[in-house]
Each structure stands twice: as structure tokens, then as C-alpha cells.
Ligand binder design. Sequence first.
Ligand code: C2O
Ligand code: CU
Length: 641
Amino acid sequence: MGIRRCFVWLGLSELLVVIKLGTLVSKWVFFGWIFAQDRMLLDFPLLALPALSVLLFSFPFLSSMAQSLPRDGESPAKQDATAPALRIPALITVVGVALDTYLTLIYTDPGYLPLFLIVFALFCFVLWFWQTRRKKTSVMPVDNSRRRGLIRTIPVLATALLAPTAWYLWSMQASRLPDRIPMMGDMTDSMVGNMMGQQSQQKMISVTELTGPKSGEPDQRFTLTAQETQVQLSSGAIVNAWTFNGQVPGPQLQVHQGDMVEVKLINKLSREGVTLHWHGLDVPNAEDGVAGVTQNAVQPGGSFTYRFVVKNQPGTYWYHSHQASQESVEKGLFGALIVLPQNDSFTGKDIPVIAHSWPTKKGSTQQAFDTFDTLKQLSVQPGTPVRLRLINTDSLPINFALSGTPFKVIAIDGADLNAPTELTKQRLLVAAGGRYDIQFTMPDTAVSLDWLQKSSKVSFLLSQDATASAPALADGPVFNPATYGSPLKTPLSLSSRFDKEFTLVLDDMYGFYDGNMASLWPINGKVFPNTPMLMVREGDLVKVSFVNRSWMDHPMHLHGHHMLVLSYNGWPVTGSPWWVDTLNIAPGESYEVTFRADNPGIWMDHCHNLNHAAAGMILHLGYEGVYSPFEVGSGTVNQPE
Ligand code: C2O
Ligand code: CU
């Protein structure tokens, strides 16, 4: 290769390395060290050091060679092109870049990363040893004959093709998850043993013992029967739905705070198991309805009864199956769950609006409010107080606009906001699985709630008569709960003394998972079932920091507890106390939340983009002294996601 070309190639690779490191450093500067840390630790030995060696050895060597050549000369002597000063840095740069690209794109358990670095270091050393020795003994004439060249190339090519193929097939196989994964994972032996040791007096409690009241006459009794039903959307589109009691959304369960509630679940589906999870309601663990964590999925023909007392949490919730939830929720196994305060004084229109994307029989997806994928209309007299309970049952955040009237956001995820003020034209971004309650007084003109999408919108028009025309679309900024309303004197803040602190870094990668090559959504570099449990003790004040380094939103949902948001991108929350059970963390965002560990059990903590949960974005909150006897996996009846 000519000197000039050598220069160009090496220069280009240096440039790429600088760009890669530059982006990392800017992530560090703009978002924080945590957005770059482990990648920096990888890129330094794999990219920066090799690039430096090119700068220190190859470039000076090339330029001195260029100077020693006659003016019109182009090609350096053969043995010079193989000089170690040129070759070694160039080769380790190429291998470093390849390895780094692989590790950036393909999911590798963080435990293996040091191994990769050691292998790379060994490679560099062997290369150096071999090249310098070869240089000394390089008296053999270089053989240029084509045949000799071919004979040498064929085995090299064959290895280059076969080795990755073999590695690919092996990794695919090796990624298969076991048929049966005990919920307590590795904990069953080591940690549980340990815990037993520490608390030898105290016996371990099974989640199945953490039930609601076993006896007593319930205040409210419901029966929900899961069955396959063809339902029709308002446009006429047909959905082969999985329903509760033949309707989608399922029946609205309305209860009062303090009620003892009993719900009997009957499964009449032909093949899929079902459970009932009360999304956002902090029930005793055994009533939480997660297949493989708190119970076995109810099989076709079977039934299960849930009993719990509704805590002091009036507000908007929803229920859904937590067995194969990705498919079950999409197909309709969900409904609204409304908890009214004990003395409900609201006399206006109280309207739950469930926003859902329905998979139609024809294979398309129809966005709808309940089953209205065409205009939904309601006549409301001017002066009437209206409360809309927005429920997002989809896997992506929903962008709502309320147009034609000022309004207040009075509650988020079932928790009332303190001193909400009037908003005009602001848009509302509701997390997947999240709820916003908004309130306004019906004006003389029409009001419209729209679910905004790129090319279309789903609309709900409230007006005095059916002929009213829609108001101009609200086009303000996105509502920010962090600065809305007024603070209460809560004893909890960033300066509270926390008993446990966890950081959860949400990421995206490609990788082998359960025998497939797929998009993976790791938490702290790990996917379920390798993600360790967050272990707490009853009574602990827990702080969790979420950091999203990936390119998609992650609505993180913690079962059984409500989290108080403390800060948003490093800024303390200045508005009303903002309690959530499902917090959307957008790309590049970070949040700090806190909660009191006051509901013993084994609780799911996962992304409510249910596709992400199914691709690994799951972990569990575990209480010391509590274990789950259940298992998940293809060899069991339980696939919670
Ligand atoms: Cu809405 Cu783990 O669920
Ligand atoms: Cu996610």
C-alpha cells in the first residue's frame, strides 16, 4: 500500500474513534456521568489506547518513511510495510473497533466484559511478540506467486466464515431460558439460606399467606368471566377480542374507599391462562394477580377469587390480566377500576375514557376511546362540572389535547394533586398504564378531547347538541407535573434519610434472548431473569433513581406501592406532591423517586410497554423474609408478560 493511502486509512480510523469518544464525552457533559460510565470504561481500552498508539508510532513512522523516499517514489519497500510500528497499531485498532462495535450493539452480560478486555489485551501482546520476532527473523524472501497466495487465503477465509457462524448458532442455543425459572432465582439457595440464617428465629413467609381478609361479607361482589368474543368498533371494524363478560373494555368496577371487595375470576378462554391485577391499587401481595409471582395463572375452566379491602386511595385505576399480558391486554382483558371517596360530593359528569389500540381482524390497528374509533359524542349541559378519567391501556405514551375550555389536572395515577391551577391549551402526555383525571365546567360551546397521532386523531366531543362544531385544537406546550400545583409539607424530600438506594439504568441493545435474536431492554445491563431483586426490609424508606439511556420511553410501573417523585433531570419537584405508580421516563431523562416499604411481598417492577417487559425489562421488589413458591417459564403455566 502506498504511503499516502496508509495515511488516509489510518487518519480515517482515527477520525471515527474521535467521533465515537466525542459523542460519549458529550453525553457525559450534557446528561451526566451515568449516561456514559460503563461505555467509557469499555471504549478507553478498546478505542482510545489503540488510536493513541497509531498516533504515537504509525504516523511518525510513516512520515519518516515518506521523507526518506525519493521525491517521485510512491511505494515503500515491502518489509517496511510490515514494520511493527505500522502494523501493530493498525491491527489492534481494527480489532478494537470491531470488538467495541460488537459490545455496543449486542447485549453481553456485564459480568463478561472484563473477559473481553483480557482477551483483547492478550491479543495485543501476542501480536506484538509475534510481529517483533518476525521482523528480526524476516530474511525469507517474500513469496508472490498467486497459487501460494490462494493456498494461504482459503483456510483464512473459511475460518473467518465458519467461526462466526458457529459462534452465532452456539449463542442462540445458549441464550435459551430454562423451562422453569423459580421466582426467587438464585436466591433459593444462597440468599434465602443466608436470610434464614440471619433470621433463624423468624420464619420465612410465603406470598400466598399475604392475603386480604378470608372471611366476612364483602361490600362489593363482582364476577369477571374471561371469554373469546368478537366485538365491533364504532367504525364497524371487527376485533377477535378476549373479553371480560363479553364486553370491551371489561365492566367498570366502581367501589368506595374502605370497601371490602370480592372478585371472582372465571376463565372460559380456550387456551390462555388469566389473572387479575389491580393496576395502581395497593392490595395485599397474594391478591396482586401476577402469574408466577403471586399465584399460578388460572387455566381455562378454572377460577380464582380475589378479596381485599380498598385502602385510602380514592381515584382512577384499572385492572388487567397479568398472564401473557402483552397479548392479553392488547386483546381486551382489562377494564376501569374507580375508587370513589367515602362521601362523594361530585354531582357532575364522571366519565372514564379508556384509550386503547385494538388489533382488528383485518390485521390493522385501530386507536379508540373505549370502542369508538370514530367520533365519540356526548351531550352535556353548559355549567355542568365534568371529570374525565383518562386511562392509557396502550404500550406507548399518549398525547392528549383538551380543547375549548380551561381545565385542571386534579389527579395523577389515582392520587389527588394539591392546589391544581387552571390550564389553557396545554397538552397532556399520559404514560402507558398511567392515568390523569381532569376537570372543567362545561362552557356554552363544545369541548373536545383528542388523542393526537402523527397523521390522525381520535376525538371525543362534548357539546350541548349534536350539531356543534369542534373547537380549535389546543396547541400549547406539554403539561409538566413537576412544577404544577403547590407543595404540601411532606416529610419526604431529597434530603430525607433513605434506608436503601437503588439506581436503575434503562438501556436498549440487540442480543440473543431465549433462542432468538431480538431487541432487548436491559436494566443495569441485565435482562430478566438475571436482573437482581431490589431487596428491602419492611419499614424502609427507599429511593430509586431511574436513568433512561435508550431511544424509547419506559413507563416504569411498581406494583403494590406508590412512588413520590422527588426530582426530574436533577431538578427537585417544586409543585404539588406527585405520586405515581407508573412513571414515564423518556430517552435522556432521569428521575429520583421514593417510597415507603410498607406492603410486604414480592412485587413486580417493570416497564409497562409490555413488549419491553417481555424482552427483559423486569425486576422485582423483594422483602426480606418473604418468598414466592411460584415459577415462570415455558415449562410452567406462568408467563407473566
Ligand atoms: Cu399494569 Cu405489572 O402491570
Ligand atoms: Cu420500556
